[in-house]
Design a protein around this ligand. Structure first.
Ligand code: F0G
Length: 460
C-alpha cells in the first residue's frame, strides 16, 4: 500500500482479556515470587514478552485445520499435509516430526555427536548447547566481530566468522567436527540475521573439509525477510524463495516450530543422509513416537502445515519486524541502550551500559526485569549474569556473563500497535527511574539453570 503507516495485516476474530493490575498488586506478586518473574501467574502479567516461543496466535485457517486433524496413529492425512509443505519449503529428503526444538536437538546429538567432538556455530542456543554438552562434546560460538559488538548497527550480525571457522576445520581439531550448525536468525546474538553470502561460504567450507552443514532454522522466515531488505543481491526477491534457497544450501535442519511455524507446539528434524535419518527415526520411535507423528497430535501437524505456509507472508513479516524496530527507535530516543539493530523477534536492552553502577553480581538485567514488571506489568527475560553467570562459592562473587541483556520477545500476531506504544511508554518511565534502580542478591538457587527458580531480594 502507498501509505506510510504499516498496519497489522490481520483482523481480530477471537479475543482474550488482558489482565490490568495495580502497582500495589504487582509489588505483592513480585515479593511473593522472590523477585523472579518466572513464578508469576499469566493472569498477573499485562504484556508478556518473556518469549516468542509457542506464544503466538493461530489464524482462522489454522483453527480450521485443527478440525481436519487426522488422528490415525500411522500415515495420517495430517502427516501427509505436513510432510508435503515441509518438503516444498526445505527440499530435504527425510522429514522427522518432533514435539519441539530440543527434542530434535537431543536426537541429533545422540546420532551425530560423540564424546570429544567440537561443534562450531555462529552461536548455539542454550538448549542446543546443553544437548551437545550432554553428549560430552564442546559447542563453540564463532560469531563475526560485528556480532560481538552490541552497538554496531551492521546488517548481518548473525554471520559466522569464516576465518575462525576455517582455522578450526583445517586444524588438527578439524577431525573432531561432525557438522557445522548455523542458527538463523541468531537468537543468542540478539535475533540478528545471517546473510545468504555467509551461508554460501559456510557451505563451501563444509564441502572443502567434507563436513555436514546443518541449520537451526527456528526463525528462517524472519531471516529471509531481512535478507530481502538488506542484502543487495536479494533485494526485492520473494521471501519464500529466499528461505527455500537457504534450506537448500544445507544438508539438513532442526527447527522449533513454536517460532516461525506459527505453532503453539512442534518441531522437526530434516536430513538428506539416509543412514542418519534411519538412526533418527529409530530413536524417535523410542522417545517421541511413530515417525508420522513424532509426539504431536494429527491436528498439531495440520496447524503447523498451515502455519508454515502463512509465515512467509511479506505483509506479516514487514509488520512484525517493523513493530520491533519501532520499539527500538523509541528506546533509543529515550536514551535507553539497546542491541543494534533491533532483532527480528525481540529487542534486547544493554543493562550493563544502562546501569553501570550495578555490578554483574548484583544482576543489573534483573533490576530492569523487575522494574518493567512493577511499572507496567510487562514480563521480560534476563539474559546476563543471573541466567548465564557461574555462581560464586563461599561468598565469592559470580563469574559474570559476557553481556548483561534483557530480552523483550514479541509473540507472533498477538500484540497490536497500541500495545507496543504502551511498552514504549513504560520504557520511557524506566529511563526516568534509572537512578532509583537497585541491584539484587540471590538468596536461594539451584545448581543448573538457576534463573528459572532462584529466589532473589532487592539490595537496600
Ligand atoms: N534453537 C533456537 C534458536 C531457539 O531459540 C530455541 C528456543 C530452540 C532452539 C529450542 O526450541 O524451545 O522448541 O525446544 N527458544 C525459546 C526462546 C525457548 O525463548 O528463545 P524449543
Amino acid at each position: 500500500m502507498d501509505f506510510e503507516t504499516i498496519i497489522e495485516p490481520f483482523k481480530i476474530k477471537s479475543v482474550e482479556s488482558l489482565p490490568i493490575t495495580t502497582p500495589e498488586q504487582r509489588k505483592d506478586y513480585l515479593v511473593r515470587e522472590h523477585s523472579n518473574v518466572f513464578g508469576l501467574k499469566s493472569q498477573e502479567v499485562t504484556i508478556d514478552l518473556l518469549t516468542d516461543s509457542g506464544t503466538g496466535s493461530m489464524s482462522s485457517e489454522q483453527w480450521a485445520s485443527l478440525m481436519r486433524g487426522d488422528e490415525s496413529y500411522a500415515g495420517s492425512k495430517s502427516w501427509q499435509r505436513f510432510e508435503e509443505v515441509v518438503r516444498e519449503l526445505t527440499g530435504y529428503k527425510h522429514i522427522i516430526p518432533t514435539h519441539q526444538g530440543r527434542a530434535s536437538e537431543r536426537i541429533l546429538a545422540s546420532i551425530c555427536v560423540k564424546s570429544g567432538d567440537i561443534i562450531p556455530s555462529n552461536s548455539h542456543f542454550d538448549t542446543t548447547r546443553a544437548n551437545f554438552e550432554f553428549a560430552e562434546s564442546t559447542p563453540v560460538d564463532l560469531l563475526c566481530k560485528e556480532g560481538l559488538s552490541l552497538l554496531d548497527p551492521s546488517d548481518f550480525k548473525g554471520n559466522v566468522d569464516l576465518e575462525k571457522l576455517e582455522e578450526l576445520l583445517k586444524s588438527e581439531d578439524g577431525s573432531k567436527v561432525p557438522f557445522v550448525l548455523m542458527t538463523i536468525t541468531n537468537n543468542t546474538g540478539g535475533g540478528q540475521p545471517v546473510s545468504m553470502e555467509n551461508l554460501k561460504l559456510v557451505k563451501a567450507l563444509c564441502e572443502k573439509y567434507k563436513k555436514m552443514f546443518l541449520l537451526d532454522a527456528c526463525r528462517f522466515a524472519e531471516n529471509a525477510w531481512f535478507v530481502s531488505q538488506r542484502e543487495d543481491k536479494y533485494k526485492g526477491k520473494n521471501v519464500r524463495d529466499i528461505a527455500k534457497e537457504a534450506f537448500r544450501l544445507a544438508d539438513g535442519c532442526s527447527i522449533s516450530l513454536k517460532k516461525d511455524g506459527f505453532g503453539n507446539i512442534g518441531g522437526l528434524l530434516a536430513l538428506n543422509d539416509d543412514q542418519l535419518a534411519e538412526d533418527a527415526k529409530n530413536l524417535l520411535i523410542l522417545t517421541e513416537g511413530f515417525p508420522t507423528y513424532g509426539g504431536l497430535a494429527g491436528r498439531d501437524l495440520d496447524a503447523l502445515a498451515q502455519g508454515l505456509i502463512e509465515i512467509t507472508d511479506e505483509n506479516y513479516l514487514q509488520y512484525r519486524t517493523r513493530s520491533i524496530a519501532y520499539l527500538g527507535e523509541k528506546a533509543i530516543s529515550y536514551g535507553l541502550p539497546i542491541v543494534q539493530p533491533a532483532g527480528g523477534h525481540a529487542l534486547y536492552i544493554d543493562a550493563k551500559t544502562f546501569l553501570p553502577d550495578i555490578p554483574p553480581h548484583q544482576y543489573p538485567g534483573q533490576a530492569i526485569v523487575c522494574e518493567l514488571y512493577l511499572l507496567g506489568g510487562i514480563r521480560t527475560a534476563e539474559l546476563g549474569t543471573f541466567a548465564f553467570g557461574v555462581a560464586g562459592e563461599n561468598g565469592e562473587n559470580d563469574t559474570p556473563a559476557t553481556h548483561e541483556l534483557v530480552r523483550l520477545a514479541a509473540p507472533r500476531r498477538t500484540y497490536t500497535q497500541s500495545h507496543f506504544d504502551y511498552v514504549a511508554e513504560v520504557l520511557e518511565k524506566l529511563v526516568e527511574n534509572k537512578d532509583k534502580l537497585k541491584g539484587y542478591e540471590i538468596t536461594e538457587q539451584s545448581k543448573f539453570l538457576r534463573h528459572f527458580t532462584a529466589k532473589l531480594k532487592p539490595l537496600a
